[in-house]
Design a binder for this molecule. Structure first.
Ligand SMILES: Cc1cc2nc3c(=O)[nH]c(=O)nc-3n(C[C@H](O)[C@H](O)[C@H](O)COP(=O)(O)OP(=O)(O)OC[C@H]3O[C@@H](n4cnc5c(N)ncnc54)[C@H](O)[C@@H]3O)c2cc1C
Length: 383
């Protein structure tokens, strides 16, 4: 008979739930992951373009992503799967004084965290990114330890490793009710399961899960648009992020993937709230204009495909991470905004330590800073 009772049930086989299952199973927990989609990573994970950085203005995110970087960069060596990891670095570029000052503040703030983030003058940055448009360039940040990987290959790798560790995944099952009488009783569209711990890793739908306990979360999805070009010979190493507001967009970021394609993502302005995911194609001309203004050499490169996906946003642009204060043994890992792919492994390892009662001082500080009950003043300046 199929097992119905587990130490931990994770709702969501996405960027966060899948690595978390892997690390929990490694600690010896029996784990069930439930997802309403047909297979692993079919929520926001598959929309992500693959950027992984430890460059954030929020120190908790820095710590989590440093741990993620370690995992992504060593994955092939440790587990054998090629997840198309490449350590190309990241560069936030400045073409105006406001952006420059904001970035210089982040560089200063990160010094004690030893992430390797530096400020480069226009001349120095041109040496790192020779194709970058020099006109009005004031310089930019450079973090050579950052990189990228394939979100599809990475999640498949976490899923495979989790299954080796006996994690059970059920797909095409939507969680429609949760009650707690000592243990949790989780009802899906197909079955009922029980667990001692429950992890909410439901991404854009995390607030619905909280709703089962009358504790809706401040997670509000909004739509972003991304695209991929044909492959070209390698000429670009870092992910380039331009934070300027241009037309109907706040920022754009793009890089050359390990396989040669340029992958890009644009943040619409004003935000497009809700769970609708229809690519509009109205953003392609704007994306193309913005990318070409930074890298004119891409002029003849053809875009192959565009798509849209959801950022699960929080009021301050940082995740909600920690135990519920209302429901015992219910852990919230939601509101990843535009960084859930890069945060996933770091968060998964932290959750595994917390449940194994082996958390570090840094973990406790992270949980304090990312508490779902914080006041949400301020915001992440490197969104
Ligand atoms: C265009 C775009 C580009 C991006 N680029 C990057 C990037 O370069 N780097 C980066 O780090 N991040 C990036 N992101 C952000 C990243 O994709 C998200 O932050 C991340 O995927 C969120 O992870 P998650 O596990 O919280 O959610 P998801 O990956 O969406 O997983 C949540 C899962 O929960 C399931 N679920 C929800 N409710 C239920 C229910 N009731 N029952 C059962 N299952 C349920 C869903 O089906 C889903 O599979 C990008 C996002 C977009 C849209």
């Amino acid at each position: 008979m199929t097992k119905r009772s587990y130490d931990v049930i994770i709702i969501g086989a996405g960027s966060v739930g899948t690595p978390t299952a892997h690390y929990l199973a490694r600690e010896g927990f029996s784990v069930l992951v439930i997802d309403k989609n047909a297979s692993v990573g079919q929520g926001s994970n598959k929309a992500a373009i693959g950027g992984i950085r430890a460059t954030h203005s929020n120190p908790a995110k820095v710590h989590l992503c440093l741990e993620s970087l370690e995992e992504f960069s060593s994955w092939q060596h440790t587990h054998g799967d090629d997840i198309e990891w490449i350590r190309g670095g990241y560069s936030f570029v400045a073409y105006d004084e406001d952006t420059k000052n904001e970035l210089l503040a982040v560089v200063e703030q990160q010094k004690p965290l030893q992430t390797g983030l530096v400020w480069l003058s226009a001349q120095e940055l041109s040496e790192v990114i020779p194709a970058l448009n020099r006109q009005n360039l004031l310089g930019g940040t450079y973090s050579p330890q950052d990189g990228s990987a394939s979100p599809l290959k990475a999640i498949y790798a976490f899923w495979s490793a989790a299954k080796i560790n006996k994690v059970r995944f059920v797909f095409d099952e939507e969680v429609i009710q949760i009650t707690q009488h000592g243990d949790f009783e989780v009802t899906t569209t197909k079955a009922q399961y029980h667990s001692h711990y429950l992890v909410n890793a439901a991404g854009a739908y995390a607030t619905d899960i909280g709703g089962f306990f009358n504790e809706p979360l401040p997670v509000r999805p909004n739509m972003h648009e991304a695209g991929v070009t044909e492959p070209v010979q390698r000429f670009l190493n870092p992910m380039i992020v331009d934070m300027r507001v241009v037309g109907n967009s706040t920022n754009i970021y793009f890089y050359q993937h390990a396989t040669g394609q340029i992958l890009f993502c644009l943040t619409p302005s004003p935000p497009i709230w809700g769970t609708k995911q229809v690519e509009t194609s109205q953003f392609l001309p704007l994306s193309a204009r913005r990318i070409l203004s930074l890298l004119p050499a891409l002029e003849m490169v053809k875009v192959r495909r565009t798509w849209s996906g959801l950022y699960p946003m929080t009021p301050d642009g940082s995740p909600l991470l920690g135990w519920s204060q209302k429901v015992d043994n219910y852990f919230i890992a939601a509101g990843m905004c535009g960084q859930g792919f890069m945060l996933g492994p770091g968060i998964g390892k932290l959750i595994a330590r917390v449940l194994a009662k082996d958390s570090t001082k840094t973990d406790e500080t992270i949980l304090e800073q990312l508490s779902p009950y914080r006041s949400f003043t301020g915001g992440e300046s490197l969104e």
